[in-house]
Every structure is written in structure tokens, then in C-alpha cells.
Design a protein around this ligand. Structure first.
Ligand code: SAH
Length: 240
């Protein structure tokens, strides 16, 4: 009987630990459901996201921390949500799809245009070495910076400014992700892409359907681009 005590103690400690963890993140079950059903599975006529690293990132990042408190109950529905100032946090499936298309590698340096809530930057930051992210609206940019810091995403650096011009000091980049719709691909972003680098960007008219484009800069700097899927993003605005 004596010998059973350590086992029993271990069991109590372990299960107690699991319980405490679930308490710490009451949304864990909903998040797993979202990843399994809305992101990984082939549904609604679209291909599920297959890259295990991307699925792991989507499971790890707590989307409910990136939406306004009043909308937390909807954080794990596969929908964009308003984040104030007429802007939105993107639909989780689209975040996962864009991240997969970027083919992130662990030593990559990535640039995001359109920090918004900071959610996409957080997802990407779990897959690469460093993320730089630019937001044009000062209040959103400052809130996202504070949120990312509080949540411990130490490899994301943000700034407020017009992302059309990229962030030359930290370039060239292995990956560039633009999360606002542009009528054309900004030439400064093409310049700041490394040979071998990838860019994902919605291109098309504002407030309508745009095409998500994948642009790859070849080793000889030639540009290859193709259209991936129709999307709807808020417009890339320009500083005056
Ligand atoms: N990636 C965000 C969602 C982006 S919504 C997230 O995960 O929450 C698009 C964002 O792009 C908005 O916050 C908008 O203010 C910003 N934006 C629009 N034009 C921009 C520009 N020229 N430079 C930087 N950010 C821009």
C-alpha cells in the first residue's frame, strides 16, 4: 500500500495541474474546435489548411485576447470581427491560409502591413524569427503594441506609419504579408523582398472582392505571381 502513495500523489498533482490550465484558458476547447472544423477540414468547397506548424500556431494564439471584450464570446467563430475605427480582425481561416501561403521558416524575418489587432502578427511570430508590423492608425497600432507585449510576443516589433513604403531599415524580408487591400502591389514592398522571398497581398478595388495574390521573388530577382483566392479586406489607405 505504501508504494502506491507516490503514484497517487503524482496523479493528483498532474490532474490538478491540467485542471488549473483549463481554468486559466476557458476558451481552449472552442479554439480547438475552430482549428479542427473551420481551419483544418475541407469544408464549404475550400481546401483545409494542412501545414501542421500553421495549425499549431492557430491553436496556440488566443484570439479572444485580440478582440474587443464585448465580442469575446464570438472570438472562435470563423468570422472577421470589428476592432474599432472601422477596421476588422480577419477571419481565422484566412489568417491561417495566408500564413500557410507565406511558407514561413524559423529563421525568417517577416514584415506585415496592417497590424490591426496584432493577431496575424502573433500567429506569424510563432513560426519565424522576427516580425515587423506597421499600422497606419495610431490608436490601433499603440493598442496592438501594448497587447503583444503583455501577451509576451517579444519577437514582434511594431510602428505606426504608412506601410505602403515598407520598413527599409529591417529589410530585405523573407516574407511580406499585407492584410489590407491594395489596387496594386506597392513597388517598395517588391523591392524589400529578398530573392527567394514570398509576399501575400489582396489586390483589387476597395470595398469589393479582391484577389489574394502570391508573389515570389526568384533567386535571379525575377517576379512570379499567381492568384490564390477571392477575399474581402478593408482598404490599404495612404498617409496624406
Ligand atoms: N492583420 C490585422 C487585421 C488587419 S485589418 C489583424 O490581425 O488584426 C487592416 C489594417 O490595415 C487596419 O488596421 C488598417 O488601419 C491598416 N492599414 C490600412 N492601410 C494601411 C497602410 N497604408 N499602412 C499600414 N496599415 C494600414
Amino acid at each position: 500500500m505504501k508504494r502506491l502513495w507516490p503514484l497517487l500523489a503524482a496523479y493528483v498533482l498532474c490532474s490538478g495541474h491540467g485542471f488549473a490550465e483549463e481554468n486559466a484558458d476557458p476558451h481552449a476547447v472552442e479554439r480547438e474546435r475552430m482549428v479542427r472544423q473551420d481551419i483544418a477540414s475541407d469544408a464549404l468547397g475550400r481546401a483545409g489548411i494542412k501545414d501542421p506548424a500553421v495549425l499549431k500556431a492557430m491553436s496556440a494564439v488566443k484570439r479572444h485576447e485580440f478582440v474587443p471584450a464585448a465580442l469575446r464570446g464570438q472570438a472562435y467563430a470563423d468570422r472577421p470581427l470589428p476592432i474599432g475605427h472601422g477596421q476588422t480582425i480577419s477571419q481565422p481561416y484566412i489568417v491561417a491560409a495566408m500564413t500557410e501561403m507565406l511558407k514561413p521558416e524559423k529563421d525568417d524575418v517577416a514584415l506585415e502591413i496592417g497590424t490591426g489587432s496584432g493577431y496575424q502578427a502573433a500567429v506569424l511570430s510563432t513560426l519565424v524569427k522576427q516580425v515587423y508590423s506597421i499600422e497606419i492608425m495610431a490608436e490601433l497600432g499603440e493598442q496592438a503594441a501594448a497587447r503583444l507585449k503583455k501577451l509576451g510576443y517579444g519577437n514582434v516589433e511594431t510602428r505606426v506609419g504608412d506601410g505602403y513604403f515598407g520598413w527599409k531599415e529591417h529589410g530585405p524580408f523573407d516574407a511580406i504579408i499585407v492584410t489590407a487591400a491594395s489596387t496594386h502591389i506597392p513597388p517598395p514592398l517588391i523591392e524589400q523582398l529578398k530573392p527567394g522571398g514570398r509576399m501575400v497581398i489582396p489586390v483589387g478595388p476597395p470595398f469589393q472582392v479582391q484577389q489574394l495574390m502570391l508573389l515570389e521573388k526568384q533567386a535571379d530577382s525575377a517576379i512570379k505571381q499567381r492568384s490564390l483566392m477571392p477575399v474581402q479586406f478593408v482598404p490599404l489607405t495612404r498617409s496624406k
